[in-house]
Design a protein. Sequence first.
Length: 122
Amino acid sequence: MTQVGIIDYGVGNLRSVEKAFAATGCDAVVTSDESLLRRAERLVLPGVGAFAACMRELTKRGFDQLVHECVQEGTPLLGVCVGMQMLARESEEGKLQGLGWKARYPIERSLSAILEYWRSMP
């Protein structure tokens, strides 16, 4: 079983995230294979660029549903960069809906705001 599945939905800092896990000796794989992602012990949602573009690609490939199902089954999920913003219901960048677990990602991104955001995650 893959320990960490890094979701490849066509957008994101995939190699940077993969290298970060490799540096810790963690078994992580970048994949768009739904069966591998469902078997992963943990999931990572990377992202780079605009919130709307990332959400469109995630949804177009059906990974929004996969993420919801895996999280409901108890799989831990880590959002990185825009991936973290996508965990929110919406973004201050536009009208497109996010995954819906938080009201809104703090756009000011001060350290205290980010820490408060993470502390309030379910």
